[in-house]
Design a protein around this ligand. Structure first.
Ligand code: PGA
Length: 253
């Protein structure tokens, strides 16, 4: 499998190194989906990738201060996306891409759909998050149905459940539009970049880069768009891929 992965990487990169790696946090850097525990061996591998001069950029639905803190303390590249593309950071520049407050919707959604708002809303700059009931957490079809009913009521927002929380954010924001802005502001070439994700919020990002990858327990909608579906779950898969990539880089670049 590792050889297949190296072949897929070589076919896309044709002997060059990837321009950047865009990497989701929850379910990709964590030891399992639903867990907040980071896989520190994986972080070490990502820092080895960075040692080759390849940016490793977090792209997450998490609140801006959470992603900023993780980026700094894990020693990753100071270019990242937070709140599903509502906010980006390039070096010291914080760029808020959303132009509105979604607070008026939060109360209405809580009442109409029996969801409880996440306390992380207190420090989110734009995206708002809700906890979903246990019976929906374990049932992807019900989660997709809940998303559709919210989006039917509010067609100007995305309502997407990630396996952690259900997010609402304006339709003009997304992980892909955010990484396109990052690419314009830096010398990152998206066609030569890799993106790794797991949830419905990652689908557009996976499509926006040369090599879109998902972990083995990713949402079906994300698997359909990926160039590579990795064989294991969560961080075990990501470690497997990053090890293969380091192998490719040391052999081909
Ligand atoms: O905040 C979430 O729901 C998941 O965040 P992620 O985009 O890092 O997977």
């Amino acid at each position: 499998m590792s050889i297949d992965i190296i072949k897929t990487i070589s076919d896309y990169l044709k002997g060059s190194r990837p321009s950047a790696i865009f990497i989701d946090i929850d379910g990709v850097l964590t030891i399992e989906r639903g867990s907040y525990v980071l896989d520190l061996e994986l972080i070490e591998l990502l820092r080895k990738v960075m040692a080759y001069g390849i940016p490793v950029c977090l792209v997450s639905g998490n609140a801006y201060p959470t992603v900023l803190t993780l980026q700094r303390y894990l020693g990753l590249t100071p270019i990242f996306v937070a709140e599903n593309g509502c906010v980006i950071q390039v070096g010291r520049e914080l760029i808020k891409l959303c132009r509105e407050s979604l607070d008026s919707l939060v109360e209405d959604i809580e009442k109409s759909f029996s969801l409880k708002r996440s306390t992380s809303n207190l420090y989110r700059l734009c995206d708002r998050a809700f906890h979903v009931p246990e019976h929906i957490k374990s049932n992807p079809a019900m989660a997709r149905k809940l998303e559709s009913s919210i989006m039917e009521k509010y067609p100007h927002i995305y309502a997407l459940y990630t396996g952690y929380v259900l997010h609402i954010y304006p339709r003009y924001c997304s992980k892909s539009s955010a990484i396109k802005i990052i690419a314009d502001k830096t010398n990152i070439d998206l066609n030569k970049s890799i993106a790794i994700g797991d949830s419905v919020t990652d689908v557009d990002m996976i499509k926006a880069v040369g090599i879109g990858i998902v972990v083995g327990d990713a949402d079906e909608d994300a698997k359909k768009e990926a160039k590579i579906v990795l064989p294991f779950n969560a961080s075990t898969s990501t470690k497997y891929f990053i090890s293969a990539l380091l192998n490719y880089i040391s052999q081909h670049v």
